[in-house]
Design a binder for this molecule. Sequence first.
Ligand SMILES: Nc1ncnc2c1ncn2[C@@H]1O[C@H](COP(=O)(O)OP(=O)(O)O)[C@@H](O)[C@H]1O
Ligand code: SF4
Ligand SMILES: [Mg+2]
Length: 343
Amino acid sequence: MKQALIVLENVYLIFRRGWLLSREQVEAVAGVSLAIPEGGILALVGETGSGKTTLGKLVAGLYRPTQGRVLFQGQDLWAMDRRAFLQYRRAVQLVHQDAFAALNPVRTIYQSLKAPLLHHRIARNEREARERAAELLGQVGLTPPELFLDKYPHQLSGGQRQRVLLARALTVQPRLIVADEPVSMIDVSLRLSILQLLRELNRRMGIAILYITHDLATARYLAEEGQVAVMYLGKIVEHGIFRNVLGEPRHPYLQALLSAVPVPDPRIAQTIRPASLQGIDPPDPRRPPSGCRFHPRCPYAQRICMEIPPTLEGPADHQVACHFAQELPLWRPPSAASPSQWA
Ligand SMILES: Nc1ncnc2c1ncn2[C@@H]1O[C@H](COP(=O)(O)OP(=O)(O)O)[C@@H](O)[C@H]1O
Ligand code: SF4
Ligand SMILES: [Mg+2]
């Protein structure tokens, strides 16, 4: 087992809005424990609003947990001295989905890359900075670099801008890239090449990747050799080695995501209230359901599910948070046998 680069210990992030009577709070992340191994890939999958971006920002040190700890190489982020914290902020780079918004429109690509190179003294002067910037553009597949260095973001395509963002992340020689829906805003035909690039950065440079997505197909493409965590309303409901989890999903939510038929076994459907998951919107995160947060949508819910929140149980390579994980019928998604159906 590779050493953990980042560890989340029972992390909560609660957003609070308004005052007195209009005061409301959202538990965007509600007791998450996770580890990202050095050089590993973890896909974080879930619907919009499940807390993925918030979790990504907690990992990148942009949010301080309301409760719980985030550890970087064993050290609590929020108890580090300033120097160690700055080192950490360099080591973990966040890449947003909206590359256009993330790049300064009045700076050329070279200027955007030069700033961190000089600031962190990775380059000592303009000449070195330009050489290094060209090298980085080469590494992200923008070749020949001279064609791109003096362009402005609006002169590039969405896919090229996403590559520039990755080049900018690489300026500081990170150990982890948090890629938050990096391909959701670019043309479908270019998505695969960006994911391929992320995979290459992982393989060639040993950079760990936290890949955040609502899309299981791209998660599979990137993290098939790695791990996956499935998030639902602020909690991890299933987690482990990608092949184990997707090959034999145990949580009713993941089974439903993977199945066109919400209730895999008709015998169960007769004995337990059947529910079509597609028809019901995710509950309001300001008022999460009691007990298991998934219970209003779960075809197997029983009384205990409304009262007691299940915890993640099982061996590290496949954990599930469901009171009935061991009792529900084993079900294998038909697509597991034929990966082409995912693409
Ligand atoms: N800055 C914020 N202030 C208040 N609520 C927020 C903020 N950011 C996110 N949220 C809420 O937290 C929940 C999780 O959001 P987010 O992490 O963006 O989910 P995802 O990335 O999975 O779509 C949502 O209900 C969202 O409305
Ligand atoms: S704990 Fe209950 S409600 Fe939650 S997923 Fe399991 S069976 Fe469904
Ligand atoms: Mg998001």
